[in-house]
Design a protein around this ligand. Structure first.
Ligand code: PMP
Length: 328
């Protein structure tokens, strides 16, 4: 692991190489390890795609210095791209549905980006549409985190090898929340190539409809409301990265359970993580118990998950308040 004892020339060099820490509440027989992504400079997993994707797009000429990138985002992707764009001489405009945390929007603006809001009722799909329109108006480039294979490649090339090195390759199961699904798909593909029996579980909040990927019924279930931020989908048509063939199990975690777990992680494990990490932790422990009890076959007795960001970003939404008070 890079120790950063030498002076670095740019904050972009501090992206990645995040710590992998054991979750204490996991069964002794099957440890669960969480990659703590709040250690990135913009404090989330999305700094990885911001830097990796923008550097690649500058390398291949998709984006040139002075160009504008326009991206629909729940916030963390905006911060990740804003950190990178500011250092790589690229302008950034982000389209964010109103419901997402004000802290994230303040940070994007502080980093020099412009933020455009879309109505909460239109969901992420509304933001995606508006980003397309804005890109046309301003001759901008949309990195398209929901369909760009560079999103998955970021985690295949960077996040997964870090986990591999930390655990000497002994990864039995990969469990992660899916927003774009870039994180899960990149890590899962890496370990599946190593060992096709690596168990893979996707995590979504109750109310999200990733389950539609596994059903023939064209109408499928309809989506509901949920408070967990950063994972789940209300329309699978907007996601081109999620590959159901890569997933053994889809774990649905109700908001209330995710919030209980993020509170427990703070109180008992000193981890200040947000709701998508709470959901990931619930699911990872469940998979670990299934491996322990012989209900799931995995090549090693270990589970890896990702804690995408920090609870500090959601204090104004009452993330540590009662379930009813938490605005989600
Ligand atoms: N948690 C949070 C807080 C996020 O912002 C995101 C990204 N939307 C995720 C989890 C999911 O990451 P991915 O898009 O790689 O599936």
């Amino acid at each position: 692991m890079t120790t950063h004892r030498e002076p670095l020339s740019s904050v972009l060099e501090t992206v990645g190489e995040t710590p992998l820490v054991a979750v204490h509440a996991a069964p002794d027989e099957v440890p669960v390890y969480a990659k703590l992504e709040s250690f990135n400079p913009g404090a989330s997993v999305k700094d990885r795609i911001g830097t990796y994707m923008l550097e690649r797009m500058l390398d291949d000429g998709t984006v040139e210095p002075g160009d504008t990138v326009v991206e629909p985002t729940a916030g963390n992707t905006g911060i990740g791209f804003a950190v990178a764009a500011g250092q790589l001489d690229v302008e950034a405009v982000f389209v964010v549905p109103e419901r997402f945390s004000e802290e994230k929007q303040q940070l994007m603006r502080a980093l020099g980006a412009e933020v455009v809001n879309t109505p909460t009722e239109e969901g992420m799909e509304g933001a995606i549409r508006r980003a397309g329109e804005l890109a046309d108006e301003r001759n901008g480039v949309v990195p398209q985190q929901f369909s760009n294979p560079l999103n998955v490649e970021t985690h295949y090339e960077r996040t997964a090898p870090e986990i591999d090195e930390a655990l000497d390759g002994e990864v039995g199961a990969v469990v992660a929340g899916c927003g774009t699904a870039g994180t899960l798909m990149g890590i899962a593909r890496y370990f599946r190539e190593r060992d096709p029996d690596t168990y893979v579980a996707a995590v979504e909040p109750e109310g999200s409809v990733y389950e539609r990927f596994f059903q023939d019924d064209p109408d499928g279930p309809t989506h509901g409301e949920y408070k967990t931020e950063g994972i789940g989908t209300s329309d699978i048509a907007t996601n081109e990265l999620f590959d159901p063939a890569m997933v053994d199990e889809l774990v649905t975690v109700p908001d209330e359970r995710a919030q209980e777990e993020l509170k427990r992680l703070a109180r008992e494990e000193g981890q200040l993580v947000a709701s998508s990490a709470g959901a990931a932790s619930v699911a990872a422990r469940q998979v670990a118990e299934q491996i322990r009890d012989g209900e799931v076959d995995a090549p090693y007795d270990s589970v890896v998950t990702v804690f995408p960001d920090s609870s500090e970003r959601y204090l104004s939404k009452g993330i540590y308040d009662s379930f009813e008070e938490w605005q989600g």
